[in-house]
Design a protein around this ligand. Structure first.
Ligand code: FES
Length: 110
């Protein structure tokens, strides 16, 4: 099975963590499986903006951003050019390692 490493950095200052991700897993899956807090109000179906993250490295190997994902990112807190929704960042076969930045999770997401 193809695996990559995902490094999670945190805007709230907690130390970075690196975890293995298998093909087909999303960044949200890997975060939750490793007890990393990440809101996911819609349950991971591209129906909210609460799993918003920033992809610092490796984005060229992620699935293309859809119009729906872009719409929800527009509603996220502080969207940037490298914003993605973690549930839509699914690890591909032969993908590169990822580095992601996690926004603070103490907001009331929608
Ligand atoms: S959890 Fe709702 S869009 Fe990712």
């Amino acid at each position: 099975m193809n695996t990559i490493n995902i490094t999670f950095q945190f805007q709230d200052g907690q130390p970075a963590q690196t975890h293995v991700a298998a093909e087909g897993e999303s960044v949200l899956d890997v975060a939750l499986n490793n007890d990393i807090q990440l809101q996911h109000n819609c349950g991971g179906v591209c129906g909210c903006s609460t799993c918003h993250i920033y992809v610092l490295q490796g984005d060229d190997e992620l699935p293309e951003i859809s119009d729906k994902e872009e719409d929800f990112i527009d509603r996220a807190v502080n969207p940037r050019i490298n914003s993605r929704l973690a549930c839509q960042c699914v690890v591909q076969a032969g993908g590169n390692d990822l580095v992601v930045l996690m926004p603070p999770q103490d907001f009331l997401g929608h």
